[in-house]
Design a protein around this ligand. Structure first.
Ligand SMILES: NC(=O)c1ccc[n+]([C@@H]2O[C@H](COP(=O)([O-])OP(=O)(O)OC[C@H]3O[C@@H](n4cnc5c(N)ncnc54)[C@H](OP(=O)(O)O)[C@@H]3O)[C@@H](O)[C@H]2O)c1
Length: 264
């Protein structure tokens, strides 16, 4: 018998299963662990971070009984279209999707290119839409009435500046897609945005600068990874929320920043 026709490795008909993209490390990993703690079986998507993905799978499996990792470049349409079928083949079924993976490369209106725009739109917007559509079709085929998608957005959409223009455009498009998908996929699938503020540092920020910028908000603290992950878990659990975005940012979206945090 070919692998293609093999039965799912972990058949757990009653355990809710979620695919978290970009779950090898950082916020995606925190979301995966939080959902596993809440009883979700987690399909861990990654692109390059093989070792980190292995660790996230082991940690999720310890919390929720089973987990598995799935590699895909979300900029590649064929890879995106194959992702959910691969998860279903291995885990049996999927009930929810968290689109956390994100390409985040710096450009400005002065350095903008179609190539940069396309790279960000493919991975950050197109993949989220195709995966949502695939989840809907899978739930419909199973006769399942309830599923959910969470799209990771960014407080910067409510407080724009000219840095990371292609990334910001891709997230703005995802925020619009969030509304359109919520309408198109109801009542079977809810679609919720979660928009963090400055949560984790990057290679562009020293630890001291990150600490100072994290405090720069009306609440005196931006979001922690645990805050964001708890909000994703809430969005997946609450059966009344769809077509809206929960901003988890200490109120940073109420402020005006002239540049991206990493360039302030
Ligand atoms: N961190 C923050 O402070 C912050 C603030 C606001 C919003 N957010 C949003 O929250 C989400 C998670 O943030 P994060 O900082 O954890 O993200 P991140 O570290 O920048 O990226 C998460 C993962 O995305 C994956 N990825 C990137 N391009 C991909 C592609 N073309 N195909 C497949 N995977 C790809 C990478 O996986 P591999 O490593 O496996 O290649 C990466 O580890 C993102 O959507 C981000 O926009 C984060």
């Amino acid at each position: 018998m070919s692998y293609h026709h093999a039965p799912p490795l972990f058949s757990a008909p009653n355990q809710p299963t979620v695919l978290v993209t970009g779950a090898a490390k950082r916020l995606g990993r925190e979301i995966a662990l939080t959902l596993a703690r809440a009883g979700w079986r987690v399909a861990v998507h990654y692109r390059d971070s093989v070792e980190d993905a292995r660790k996230t799978v082991a940690d999720c499996a310890e919390l929720a009984g089973a987990s598995a990792s799935f590699r895909a470049n979300l900029g590649n349409e064929t890879a995106v279209r194959n992702l959910l079928p691969n998860v279903i083949e291995k885990l049996g079924h999927v009930d929810a999707l968290v689109n956390s993976a994100s390409t985040f490369e710096h450009d400005t209106p002065q350095t903008f290119t179609f190539a940069a725009m396309e790279t960000h739109l493919r991975a950050n917007t197109g993949a989220a839409i195709l995966l949502s559509q695939a989840l809907y079709d899978h739930l419909a085929a199973r006769g399942e009435a309830r599923g959910a998608v969470v799209n990771l957005l960014d407080q910067k959409l409510w407080n724009p500046n000219p840095d990371f223009v292609s990334y910001t455009l891709s997230k703005a498009a995802l925020e619009s897609a969030n509304t359109m998908l919520a309408l198109a996929l109801a009542p079977r699938v809810r679609v919720v945005g979660v928009a963090p503020g400055l949560t984790l540092t990057s290679h562009m920020l020293s630890p001291e600068k990150f600490e100072a910028l994290h405090k720069l908000s009306p609440l005196g603290r931006s979001s922690t990874a645990a805050d964001v992950a708890a909000t994703v878990a809430f969005a997946l659990a609450n059966q009344s929320i769809t077509g809206t975005t929960l901003l988890v940012d200490g109120g940073q979206h109420l402020m005006k920043f002239e540049r991206d945090f990493s360039l302030l």
